[in-house]
Write a protein of this length. Structure first.
Lengths: 277, 361
């Protein structure tokens, strides 16, 4: 009897978590599913899902995927060498460098993005510097490039940290063993570092690709409201057009995309933990 | 005998410091072909640093490294014709046994057929035939160590560097692996440079032992010489148990310990000179009171397998460590004696030496 109560007590410790899951995850998902699968009158329909095949929506989705992909690749190309450098640098310097890269995360996301707006504007800081040294001004703001820049800047730490994390756990003796067996840096990178850091790369990619795919703030601020990503369209359905059903339907489609990409990445994550050859 | 052996590795005036600590100071060392040489010393004595300098993982602040007469000081680790067996094995966790062993051969661009043959041969050599497809994490520590050895020797290095490779194994396995290593060394006919802090390991396996402390070589020689004729108190203390007592060398072949005269075999220390006297615990002859030169009382006794170990306090108050097969009771009056050839005389470090040491450090 006593053990029974003990068990109940132990299980009851999880109750805040259960409440949180129900209120924060299950109810919102169910209500999005409800709105997404009904029309304005509350009748069941797939129309909001099929709406993704609308030409404008498909274009926005395609652009979102392309930009998210580009910014993920750029983040990876910046993060990997940096994480490798961090791994081999001395303790004190390591802390400082990590700190510098994480520092922007302490600032508000909106502020950070708006700062880029100020820098990139037609008469912004960068163009005035360019004109003072006699170079022609560049049209960067309101282009896809500006959006990619914003994505890379905002999400870079999410790539660096997981990659640095796995790299720093690789035993230095393993690397020395590879050199000892005649490997040069390229061999060590391709045959030892990369395969051993796949779990970190996978979670880094997920953590950059998913928010890049769904962002609407960055494209709003740096795209000047002229470039529509799928996030912008969903946002507008909720705010401007007040068509919650369409917005929810498109969100469901996005959710499927994200789930697919996460399952894909999860597979790499797992194989990286076990031996993958 | 050493004259006949070909010189393989030469370290010349090697100095190395990390931050402000000098780890190696003006060290010279010659390793001959086909030698099993052991660097022995307490942790922090610089032995691993020597190995890493030979392996190319550290570069000395000063001095040169020669390999077969060629200066390789600036050559990086992947270009040196030697391989290392690391302390923690350092096998590639994402590869199976076969891929681990094949790593060096693949880099060298060998044919698949050659690689396959080599893997078979190496696994047979380390008694793990048929383990090709095993995952590394499914192997025991001893097996991982053998695979690390196999991975190194398939590349046919001239020298195998071993950095405390048995440190993580349990006692029984360690002893087994010691014999295994001696066998491997014989079959391969290459030079082994072995680093350990375990004096038993060093004495069992080596052709030559180098005892190190504080970045200096304390003594170099065969295991027998190191054990029987330690050159200074550090070596005597580090290799096995010893009694190290103050003595006065009255003249050649006569030393006084605690006021008692002992004939010995050492000469050339001068007259009435203060010296350190080393007597191994197993060399002390214990008998009934009145039989030997030193009278004493048994303070403690433990049975350690083959023999008893006792502490005997003599009338002057010095506590002798004695090992023998006979059992003597605690508080029993006994006497101790030692034959002349088992008395080892060493110079005391003079104050001038100590000053030099301090300047060096």
């Amino acid at each position: 009897m006593r053990r029974y109560w003990k068990l109940i007590y132990k299980k009851s410790l999880a109750s805040p978590f259960i409440v949180w899951i129900i209120a924060g995850t299950i109810i919102p998902i169910l209500s999005i599913a409800y709105y997404g699968l009904t029309d304005r009158n509350g009748a069941f329909t797939f129309e909001n899902i099929y709406a993704i095949f609308d030409k404008m929506h498909l274009q926005a989705l395609w652009l979102s995927i392309v930009l998210a992909f580009i910014s993920t690749v750029i983040c990876f190309l910046i993060s990997y060498p940096l994480a490798l450098m961090l791994r081999s640098s001395k303790l004190g310097k390591k802390g400082l460098m990590l700190f510098i890269f994480i520092l922007p995360m302490w600032m508000n996301f909106l502020l950070r993005t708006m700062a880029w707006q100020v820098l990139l504007e037609k008469n912004g800081v960068i163009n005035s510097i360019l004109s003072t040294i006699g170079l022609p001004p560049q049209e960067i703001i309101n282009t896809p490039a500006a959006i990619v820049l914003g994505m890379v800047y905002d999400f870079l730490p999410f790539m660096i940290l997981p990659i640095y994390n796995v790299l720093s756990k690789i035993d230095g003796q393993i690397i020395e063993a590879a050199y000892d067996l005649g490997a040069n840096f390229k061999d060590v990178l391709l045959k030892v570092y990369l395969p051993l850091s796949i779990p970190g790369i996978a979670s880094g990619i997920t953590m950059v690709f998913v928010p890049s795919l769904t962002t609407f703030v960055i494209s709003n601020i740096l795209g000047g409201g002229k470039i529509y990503l799928i996030g912008n369209i969903i946002e507008q359905e909720f705010t401007v057009s007040s068509n919650w059903n369409l917005g929810a339907g498109l969100s469901l489609v996005m959710m499927v995309f994200i789930l697919i990409s996460m399952v894909f990445m999860e597979k790499f994550d797992k194989t990286g933990e076990d031996s993958f050859i | 005998m050493e004259g006949k052996l070909k010189e393989l590795i030469k370290l010349e005036n090697i100095t190395k410091s990390f931050d402000d600590t000098i780890v190696l100071d003006d060290l010279n060392l010659i390793v001959h072909e086909n030698e099993f040489i052991t660097l022995l010393g307490p942790s922090g004595c610089g032995k691993t640093t020597i190995l890493r300098i030979i392996g190319g993982f550290e570069s000395p602040d000063m001095g040169r490294v020669y390999f077969e007469g060629k200066d390789v000081t600036e050559l990086s680790a992947n270009k040196r014709n030697l391989n290392t067996v690391f302390q923690k094995y350092a096998l590639f966790p994402h590869m199976n046994v076969r891929e681990n062993i094949a790593f060096g051969l693949r880099i060298a661009g060998k044919s698949e057929k050659y690689i396959e043959d080599k893997i078979k041969y190496a696994l047979k050599l380390v008694n793990l035939s048929g383990y090709e497809k095993r995952n590394i994490d499914k192997l025991s520590g001893g097996q991982q160590q053998r695979i690390a050895m196999a991975r190194a020797i398939v590349n046919e290095p001239k020298v195998l560097l071993l950095d405390e490779p048995l440190g993580a194994l349990d006692l029984k396995l360690r002893q087994e692996m010691q014999y295994e290593l001696i066998r491997l060394k014989k079959e391969l006919g290459i030079t082994f440079i072995y680093v350990t802090h375990d004096q038993e390991e060093a004495l069992t396996m080596s052709d030559k032992v180098i005892v190190m402390n504080d970045g200096y070589i304390q003594q170099m020689g065969t295991p027998e010489i190191i054990y029987n004729e330690p050159e200074n108190a550090f070596v005597a203390d580090f290799i096995g148990d010893s009694n190290i007592i103050d003595g006065i060398m009255i003249k050649d072949r006569l030393v006084v310990i605690n006021g008692i005269e002992f004939p010995c075999v050492d000469e050339g220390f001068g007259n009435n000179k203060k010296v350190d006297v080393v007597i191994r615990p197993e060399d002390l002859l214990i008998g009934k009171s009145g039989e030997g030169k030193i009278e004493g009382l048994v303070l403690s006794r433990v049975f350690i397998g083959v023999h008893y170990e006792m502490v005997v306090e003599d009338t002057a108050g010095y506590q002798w460590l004695v090992q023998c097969y006979e059992k003597h009771d605690i508080n029993e009056k006994v006497s101790l004696d030692v034959i002349p050839k088992n008395i080892q005389i060493m110079n005391k470090p003079t104050s001038a030496d100590e000053e030099v040491l301090e300047i060096d450090i």
